[in-house]
Design a protein around this ligand. Structure first.
Ligand SMILES: C[S@@+](CC[C@H](N)C(=O)[O-])C[C@H]1O[C@@H](n2cnc3c(N)ncnc32)[C@H](O)[C@@H]1O
Length: 258
């Protein structure tokens, strides 16, 4: 069973004031259950295409029979989280770099996915048998993830700030950190999901937030076996990791508990 921990009053206020949730009639109950976090707006199926084609000035959400989707300014097509990519990654038969960095296949650890985003990494670990607690601070990203994770065994989704969660005295076998990489000037555009994540989270308290080194230190205090940090291949290794597992474009730096 997926346990969902709801966001606090502040998050509710932020989302409620800005986020419309279009829903088709069959999703009325689910939509109104979310009315503390967004503004449910019914839409007749025959009016949906027209509504999607209309100009949008701020992000919104759509709830239909396929689940929850993101509506971004400048895009007519709703964006749906890549459930199939997760299933594919989990079914390849051999654990990828992330799984190996987390200690699979020898162990099936409990994992704190402290910067969960759209959940591709955390849900892949859950599909491989880990128990995963996912923390996401952005309310819209959290709502999408919450919807995607409904009913998935061993997954808990929580809205909030991972510094607070890691300071609360709980322990996990593995703490996984994947905060947003800084955008690069020259490279090709990232995939649509990552572009949307960047747009949504770009003004998220970067100046006042903790540094990655501080997050790693917090993680080392609540990890029983390791802290795993996703980085670009050429990013500096700061602080020095115990070991690394590299893929084609990213690497996972592994730190031991303090
Ligand atoms: C690069 S994305 C994570 C992508 C994720 N690993 C995946 O597979 O989809 C980083 C996410 O971390 C979230 N985040 C950044 N700092 C955070 C914090 N201090 N607490 C909780 N979430 C945070 C951002 O809102 C963003 O959604």
């Amino acid at each position: 069973m997926c346990r969902v921990i709801h966001p606090g009053a502040n998050a509710a206020r932020i989302v409620n004031s800005v986020t419309p949730l279009l829903f088709v009639p069959s999703q009325q109950l689910r939509a109104f259950a979310l009315s503390a976090w967004c503004e449910p707006l019914p839409i007749a199926p025959e009016e949906l295409q027209q509504a999607l084609a209309g100009e949008r000035t701020k992000p919104g959400l759509l709830l239909d029979e396929l689940g929850m989707a993101l509506l971004m300014p400048g895009h007519n097509e709703p964006y749906r989280l890549p459930q199939q990519q997760i299933t594919r990654r989990a079914q390849t038969g051999r654990p990828g770099e992330l799984a190996r960095a987390c200690g699979l296949p020898q162990a099936k650890p409990s994992v704190l996915d402290a910067c969960a985003g759209f959940g591709t990494d955390g849900l892949t670990l859950a599909a491989l048998g880990c128990t995963v607690t996912m923390i996401e601070q952005h309310p819209i990203v959290w709502l999408l993830l919450h919807d995607l994770a409904q009913g998935i065994e061993g997954v808990t989704v929580q809205q909030g700030n991972c510094e607070q969660v890691m300071s609360a005295g709980h322990r996990w076998d593995v703490v996984y950190l994947d905060p947003m990489f800084a955008p690069r000037k020259k490279n090709a555009l990232p995939g649509r999901g990552l572009q949307h994540l960047r747009e949504l989270t770009s003004n998220q308290g970067a100046q006042n937030g903790p540094t990655l080194s501080e997050l790693i230190e917090l993680g080392r205090r609540c990890a029983l076996t390791r802290v795993v940090v996703k980085r670009r291949l050429k990013d500096p290794q700061e602080p020095r990791a115990a070991f690394q597992i590299s893929g084609k474009s990213v690497r996972f730096d592994v730190y031991l508990p303090s």
